[in-house]
Write a protein that binds this ligand. Structure first.
Ligand code: MYR
Length: 285
């Protein structure tokens, strides 16, 4: 009989009470500043990091996937607790080595089966897969059934985002350089999304207001198809809470039966998006 645990990475950033209630374990990505590595959220809290990013005199940080040792310790602890199987949810393998950290750690720990799951996204929309997996464990589903359901969920889940300044994504190599330069020169604010695990422009739009209107349109199309299902929406932001609240208020008014949340983007992803970035995600839970 399987005893299944869920591991997710820190960029998925669900509220602490929820991860405790659903028994989701977290492994942490790192911020590297001047050769020193800090576990995001834990050693580098969000507010402190936003302040760091806002100061133009500070050096540009880099990021790294969870250390293999940390993933190995997490798996060993789960094994000691009697778990036999682990659904390990990772941010997109096209932008981070987190997924491969899980696979390597799996080879290093005997007696526990790891099912690495490539969310092909990051942040709260990645966390949705952990929430779904927790529900399926409660229903008594097997690891293989859970992975199959998460794969199906990928087909309906959507995430879009916009960075105020594309140079962060360009510098870190997470967006095609030529596209970023064109975007900045024309002052276009492309609406971005993931395609085949990497970040690409979804549509070139000139202003923030128009981006938000386009998001409302896209969500409305989704809503019409799924209105009788359990829709969850998340507005994500890098130190742009006011913008996120405006969008949330609008959505709550127009779609009162939809669960709408706001979530902050953690330091690692903020490094690549920059201050003021905003994201929109929805799924069926
Ligand atoms: C690493 O160093 O392994 C982490 C790299 C993280 C890259 C993040 C790129 C931006 C992702 C935006 C996701 C927005 C989802 C709504």
């Amino acid at each position: 009989m399987e005893k299944i645990a869920i591991v997710m990475d820190s960029t998925a950033y669900l509220p602490d009470e929820l991860t405790k209630e659903l028994n989701i374990r977290t492994v942490y990505l790192n911020i590297v500043i001047d050769g020193n590595s800090y576990k995001e959220v834990i050693d580098m809290p969000l507010d402190k990091y936003y302040d760091y990013l806002k100061d133009p005199n500070n050096s540009f940080p880099t990021t790294s996937q969870p250390a293999i040792g940390e993933v190995v310790s997490c798996l060993e602890k789960l094994k000691e607790e009697g778990y036999t199987d682990v659904i390990a949810i990772a941010l997109s393998s096209g932008i981070s080595g987190t997924f491969s950290s899980y696979s390597v750690a799996d080879l290093m720990v005997d007696g526990i089966n790891v099912y690495p799951f490539d969310s092909e996204v990051a942040c709260h929309p990645e966390g949705y897969y952990a929430i779904k997996a927790a529900g399926l464990i409660k229903e008594g589903k097997s690891s293989k059934e859970i992975i199959a359901t998460l794969d199906e969920m990928k087909k309906v889940s959507k995430a879009y985002f916009m960075a105020d300044d594309l140079s962060h994504l360009q510098r870190s190599g997470r967006l095609n350089g030529a596209q970023a330069i064109v975007g900045n020169l024309l002052q276009v604010k492309p609406l971005l999304h993931f395609e085949d695990k990497v970040i690409v422009p979804f549509q070139k739009i000139r202003t923030y207001k128009k981006v938000v209107l386009r998001i409302y349109e896209l969500f409305d199309e989704f809503y019409r198809q799924h209105k009788d299902e359990n829709i969850s929406v998340c507005i994500l932001h890098v130190d742009a809470l006011e913008k996120a609240e405006e969008i949330k208020n609008y959505m709550k008014e127009v779609y009162p039966n939809v669960n709408v949340e706001i979530d902050a983007i953690t330091p690692v992803v903020s490094t690549h998006l920059g201050i003021g970035a905003i994201g929109f995600a929805w799924t069926i839970l």
